[in-house]
Design a protein around this ligand. Structure first.
Ligand code: ATP
Ligand code: MG
Length: 584
């Protein structure tokens, strides 16, 4: 039996032995990054370094990183997907390349001194090649030289074996994935012959080595990068499971006690429901530990969704004591790795219980309404949507009650209603946006116009892939986040600054016009405002320089700005840069 603790230590020791510096695990909430909700891979906190910044710990790095993937939420219940999981990773920042990366991975996996996995149970996939980039023969040869037979090397297309770029342009490259043959399928074969590309569950991907060697350009072409990086990620839970011969993640030491606890407390819950409860409570505990509280938007909403899904599943999962006990178990499991999971227990339980109280109130009302509707045997999509929107009753709860009461629900119609609702609420947030700046002081107004000019200058200097991703203006400074994969060079920054100052000197008029949204799009206006044809929206223009959908206000002439100066340029997240600037 090998524990996650042992695997974690072995991994760090192995790569330390190969000259890697151990770096800490970052919190689940990305620091200073408004665009990404959660860290979803070990490489995520390292993006600035993968894009070329020097890392203070050197060129060889290793760590374990907690991750949360909301995209995998519907997969939870199968043997291999969790929402919260840990990734072991090693990186080469312009140091070793494919040969060594593959050599290290193979040695760690099969050498008896390390994991000692049976090599006959392993297979790998390699990028097959296409019009953009050739077949990755360097990787397949590296595998062959480790003794991996030809028939265990699968060549797969971009969809499977290619990473990046994070934005429309930037570093990217082929990857090679390592699979373990569990010998057990849990669903229908999706491809004949069953190999790593089959999704029947027999082959589980345990490790992914990404080779960043190309740069994608705005015209769609690819060229070789000067600095070539290796970025690998190994699933801690999956690898521990296969090392022990388990048939799922749910049997390993950081999850099994949760499953066991839930089975005791909620014996009627089926296997899938039990797995969902274990995974979601584990994830929710870690997310709350990292500072998120339930709410109706963004991170808070995803947390609320996890908890409400659990609570919807069974009456016993709507008891404070049951939830607290499972949260307590998560704390004991992780106390040596993430001490706050244990030391913050009281706070974490209080957050879960407050959410439970809110949910129970909603639930009682919703359940009563559901029972009334269910008397006729079927519940229409509109009715289930009404339960959701007017009673706050989650669709998961409707599904669960339908299952236990024998009523049927039109889920397709529910989805349609849900989409319609999303469109309406999007239009609502545009209305808010049309109100424009909250603070309309002279200083803020100047910086608002400067923000438009900055965006225009960035697009002229760097290319049209630059678009606003966020903006925040105070009377002291502007902060502008935009899509662009690389750090700006001093020359680029100077060019941007000069261009804005040139346009200030020209003292150009800043003009407002109210037009049909479609007309604005036709004229090439940009901006964060999402409208639809027929909406009357305002656009602000600076002749032959800037045209944006915007609620204003702005200065009437660019000359009012004085002098424009960039004070900071930094990364915000994968593919997003931030500039802070002032005018005086
Ligand atoms: P899959 O196709 O199986 O979902 P992936 O291609 O999304 O995996 P990567 O993004 O390459 O996975 O992540 C690197 C490693 O992290 C994977 O090889 C796997 O071991 C692990 N991993 C990825 N997603 C999950 C998950 N949802 N639960 C547990 N482990 C995961
Ligand atoms: Mg995946």
């Amino acid at each position: 039996m090998i524990s996650t603790l042992e695997l974690r230590e072995k991994y760090l020791n192995f790569f330390e032995g190969k000259g890697h510096a151990v770096i800490p695990s970052a919190p689940l909430v990305p620091e200073g990054d408004p665009t990404a909700l959660f860290i979803s891979a070990g490489m995520h906190p390292l993006v600035p370094y993968l894009l070329g910044e020097a890392h203070p710990k050197g060129k060889r790095l290793v760590n374990y990183q907690r991750c949360f993937r909301t995209t995998d939420i519907d997969e939870v219940g199968d043997p291999w997907h969790l929402t919260f999981f840990e990734m072991l990773g090693n990186w080469s920042l312009g140091d070793y390349w494919k040969q060594d990366s593959i050599k290290y991975s193979w040695e760690f996996l099969v050498d008896k001194k390390w994991l000692g996995l049976n090599p006959n149970k392993l297979a790998v996939s390699v990028f097959a090649g296409d019009d953009d980039a050739p077949r990755d023969l360097e990787s397949s040869e590296a595998w062959r030289s480790r003794g991996v037979p030809k028939e265990k090397i699968y060549y797969l297309p971009k969809d499977n074996n290619w990473w990046g770029p994070v934005g429309p342009t930037g570093p990217c490259g082929p990857d090679t994935e390592i699979f373990y043959d569990t010998g057990v399928s849990f669903s229908e074969h999706s491809v004949p012959g069953c190999g790593p590309a089959c999704s029947c569950g027999r082959w589980v991907e345990i490790w992914n080595n990404v080779f960043m060697e190309y740069e994608k350009h705005p015209d769609g072409t690819f060229t070789k990068l000067h600095q070539q990086n290796v970025d690998t990620g190994m699933g801690l839970e999956r690898t521990t499971a296969v090392l022990n011969g388990f048939e799922s993640n749910f049997e390993i030491d950081t999850i099994k006690p949760l499953v066991a606890e839930i089975k005791v407390k909620v014996p009627e819950l089926d296997e899938r429901g039990t797995r969902i409860a274990a995974d979601h409570i584990r994830a929710a505990t870690m997310i709350i530990m990292d500072g998120v509280e339930p709410s109706n938007k963004d991170r808070g909403y995803l947390l609320r969704r996890l908890l409400r899904k659990v609570m919807s599943q069974h009456p016993q999962l709507r008891e404070a004591e049951v939830l607290s006990d499972v949260v307590g178990e998560v704390g004991s499991i992780f106390k040596n790795i993430y001490p706050k999971a244990e030391s913050d227990q009281a706070r974490i339980k209080a957050v879960v219980n407050a959410e439970l109280e809110k949910f129970n109130l909603t639930f009682i009302r919703g359940e009563r309404h559901f029972r009334a509707l269910a008397e006729k045997g079927t519940i229409t999509g509109k009715e289930s949507f009404d339960l959701y929107s007017s009673f706050g009753f989650p669709i998961d709860a409707t599904k669960e009650l339908a299952r236990t009461s024998g009523a049927t629900v039109d889920l397709e119609e529910f989805e349609q209603e849900f989409k319609k609702h999303q469109e309406v609420s999007r239009a609502g947030s545009d209305q808010k946006f049309k109100g424009g700046l909250a603070d309309q002081s002279e200083a803020t107004t100047k910086l608002h116009t400067a923000t438009h000019m900055l965006q225009a200058a960035l697009r002229i200097t760097l290319g049209e892939h630059v678009l606003q991703k966020g903006s925040n203006i105070t009377p002291e400074r502007l902060r502008f986040d935009f899509s662009h994969p690389d750090k700006l060079t001093p020359d680029q920054l100077q060019a941007v600054e000069d261009l804005v100052n040139e346009k200030i000197k020209e003292d150009l008029p800043v003009e407002k016009e109210v037009v049909d949204y479609a007309e604005g799009v036709k004229r090439g206006a940009i901006g964060v405002l999402e409208g639809k044809p027929g909406d009357q929206v305002s656009i602000y223009s600076i002749p032959e320089f800037s045209l944006e959908f915007c609620g204003g206000p702005h200065v009437t002439h660019t000359g009012a700005l004085g002098h424009f100066k960039v004070i900071r340029e930094e990364a915000v997240s994968a593919g997003v840069r931030r500039i802070k600037a002032v005018v005086d």
